[in-house]
Design a protein around this ligand. Sequence first.
Ligand code: PBG
Length: 322
Amino acid sequence: MQRRPRRNRKSAAVRDMVEETSLSAKDLIYPLFLVDGTQKKIEVNSMPGIFRYSIDKMLSEIESCLKLGINAFDVFPAYQESLKDPIASESYNPDTFYLKALREIKKQFPEACLMSDVAMDPYSSDGHDGLIREGKILNDETLVILGRMSLAQADAGVDILGPSDMMDGRVGYIREMLDENGFSDTSIMSYTAKYASAFYGPFRDALDSAPKFGDKKTYQMNPANIQEALIEADLDMNEGADFLMVKPALSYLDVIRLLHDNYPLPIAAYNVSGEYSMIKAASEKGWLDGERAMLEVLLSIKRAGAKVILTYFAKEFASLSK
Ligand code: PBG
């Protein structure tokens, strides 16, 4: 035999030397769920180890994550039903608890990278990411609301806006609004290829944000499609996005690879709630080794071409590698 690939696997030292992909806490963004009030830390039923925090508790959580080497956080708000309306007006109310919390986080931890979510669903009484008239999602009218929301978040000190709504033209619209209002340093991480996925289930539990009727298939992508991701990526790239995101991650590793190979922008992948909960549930049942499964999954996303990974495993990963 001329070639014996096993020679490069013969010891840990050799294996480490030839390892092609590495993962560090710096690659990760930790999504956090915020609720109104104080002294609240409530576990999400379908996401063991993940909590909804009131701002005071969230600040200490962020502090402990920073000590572990996690530098980036994506905060999602959970609103009570009584604050929701058809036009998501709470999303740009300057006194709303989400915007106040973002401001507070940035003030206390200016060095941390703070990301926010731009979409109507947490504030919409319809539970959709767009404005609705006669059962239809109105694209261009939704942009106006997304623009207001983006400005309010940028003003609160957010470093990276994450439009997760999948309306056409929103990256360009938001970019222009930001630039016109003096926020040319605020970045956009576009949810470029966001699929209509079953794996968002636990997240919608966490935020009570499930659509009240129908599904999100007229705006989120069909899981059967990959060519279409190139159209979305082209648009986002040309409209000024700073990062392109693929979401979910695991069933879409091919999409991550495709965008990585075709676009010079950093690719992000969202290892979503359902992907987290599957591993947690199986490991609670003793059906697989949760820690090894986590490491393998995160590595696979990086290997596929993601530079940045949004993951609920961030803290657990960082604690292990400390
Ligand atoms: C909302 C939004 C969703 C997620 C991030 N932003 C849910 C959805 O589109 O219904 C999902 C995140 C996850 O499942 O972890 N626009």
